[in-house]
Write a protein that binds this ligand. Structure first.
Ligand code: MN3
Length: 202
């Protein structure tokens, strides 16, 4: 069973003005679409073609670079679309709010760490909020399409929030201003989905 490009769970223009429709369309249809096509190509005829994407990522050190790049790309973007929604943002609620206060002291400290992780990731990559091996929340970042589920990750864990800091995620609207894009991202975060992912990670 080949991997498929999941439909965007809202319209291309649903996250305006924070993330523009043209960026969303190219990002979803072209970039994510290409990761799916190339992942399927890289897995053709291999036993791993029958694995779940999570199983593939957890054994990525033994698989070719094309699977790492495109499998990571498929997982990361599928998660990314679900982590945003029109009318999102605001303060985290429920268990996520409690876990952030427990592990970071307060929301502002978490906000600063997450933004800093996105700003200081040189080149292309992602900033993440993960549940680590000690079941604590932690902010990390990864290069390219790597993620904390991969067995090669510097710090392993289950990602519950992530932001794409590749230039293709923001360049049309924000050009070189990654800080402005990261600041806008807080207006579209789907905290209900972050709560679902936290509950599943426990
Ligand atoms: Mn991307």
């Amino acid at each position: 069973m080949a991997f498929e490009l999941p439909p965007l769970p809202y319209g291309f223009d649903a996250l305006e003005p924070h993330i523009d429709a043209q960026t969303m369309q190219i990002h979803h249809d072209k970039h994510h679409g290409a990761y799916v096509t190339n992942l399927n190509k890289a897995l053709e005829g291999k036993p791993e073609a029958g694995w779940s994407i999570e199983q593939i990522l957890q054994g990525i050190s033994k698989l070719p670079a094309a699977v790492r790049n495109n499998g990571g790309g498929h997982y990361n973007h599928t998660m990314f679309w679900s982590l945003m929604k029109p009318g999102g943002g605001g303060s985290p609620k429920g268990d996520v709010e409690a876990a952030i206060n427990r592990d970071f002291g307060n929301f502002q400290t978490f906000y600063d760490q997450f933004t800093n992780a996105g700003m200081t990731r040189f080149g292309s990559g992602w900033a993440w909020l993960i549940v680590n091996a000690d079941k604590k929340l932690q902010v990390v970042s990864s290069p390219n399409q790597d993620n904390p589920l991969m067995d090669i990750a510097e710090v392993k864990g289950t990602p519950i929030l992530g932001v794409d800091v590749w230039e293709h995620a923001y360049y049309l609207k924000y050009q070189n201003r990654r800080a402005d894009y990261l600041s806008a991202f807080w207006n579209v975060i789907n905290w209900d989905e972050v709560n679902h992912r936290l509950a599943a990670a426990k």
